[in-house]
Design a protein around this ligand. Structure first.
Ligand SMILES: N[C@@H](CCC(=O)N[C@@H](CS)C(=O)NCC(=O)O)C(=O)O
Length: 258
């Protein structure tokens, strides 16, 4: 699974990622694929007029074009004449092109299943802990519900998702090599980013779960991704964006019981 292009071999990147500036968010998962593969990409979050670019792809007036329906929300990927959104869809498109997953066969659907589950549990449900009622209202307007939702996430949902991921790692298909699906694939990057964000949001909870020893494979995978040379270099670079008021937020009170 060799990637199509290496970073150094391109002057003008063929791929363009359109995402909000200032937060890692869903865009970060896409970035990690490019970074691990060493494939150049234009990142509009780091360019001027970043917000305008996002709005051009998500505002109610945005109409798409003759080849592409309007996109609903970022992240958006542009590749040649193709414009697509929905993170798992972008991952499906990129994985075979970047050497991070197969192009066809049953494996495509297994990998997508794993990616969707990780995105449900460690991205969407984390977001719902601080925005359980309305995404377009402030956290302060839904604090009481957030507290209840966060408690349920910490006590039931997070252990359930980590337990599932550990079962995947323990399963025969994983192959015992430490990656979710035999050889290293994009779903290992999805898990790394979503678990990193979850650790940021719920540090005490994750530390407590680590101590149980029930999810050691998940923690080992996380550490192993961190040590991949291109990922390590990226994480140490100023291209990596700090967590802020995005999907993965840290509100200490959401880790406290009454
Ligand atoms: N299911 C979509 C969700 C996209 C989404 O919620 N994007 C956020 C940023 S991470 C956004 O700006 N949403 C605007 C909206 O939903 O109105 C995906 O996976 O890409």
């Amino acid at each position: 699974m060799a990637p199509e292009t290496r970073r150094s071999s391109k002057t003008s990147p063929e791929y363009e990622l359109i995402y909000w500036p200032g937060i890692p968010g869903r865009g970060e998962v896409v970035r990690l694929l490019f970074e691990d593969a060493g494939v150049a990409y234009k990142d509009t979050a780091k360019a001027s007029r970043a917000v305008e670019t996002v709005l051009a792809h998500s505002a109610p007036e945005s109409a798409g074009d003759a080849a592409n329906p309007p996109t609903f929300a970022p992240p958006v990927l542009r590749h040649g004449g193709l414009v697509i959104n929905q993170l798992p869809n972008i991952l499906l498109y990129l994985a075979p092109r970047l050497g991070l997953g197969p192009a066809s066969g049953n494996e495509v659907y297994h990998l997508n299943e794993l990616a969707l589950t990780i995105l449900d549990g460690l991205l969407a449900e984390v977001h719902e802990t601080h925005h359980p009622i309305a995404t377009d209202q402030y956290y302060d307007e839904q604090k009481a519900e957030a507290k209840k939702r966060a408690k349920a996430f910490r006590e039931a949902r997070l252990p359930k998702f980590l337990g599932y991921l550990q079962r995947v790692l323990d399963g025969e298909r994983s192959g015992g090599g430490g990656w979710l699906y035999g050889e290293f694939t994009y779903v290992d990057l999805v898990l790394f980013q979503c678990f990193d964000g979850t650790k940021y949001a719920f540090p005490k909870t994750v530390e407590k779960l680590k101590k149980t020893g029930k999810y050691d494979g998940v923690f080992r995978l996380y550490d192993a991704v961190r040590e991949r040379p291109n990922i390590k270099a990226y994480l140490e670079s100023d291209r990596r964006i700090d967590y802020a008021d995005g999907i993965w937020r840290h509100y200490p009170e959401l880790e406290e019981d009454e």
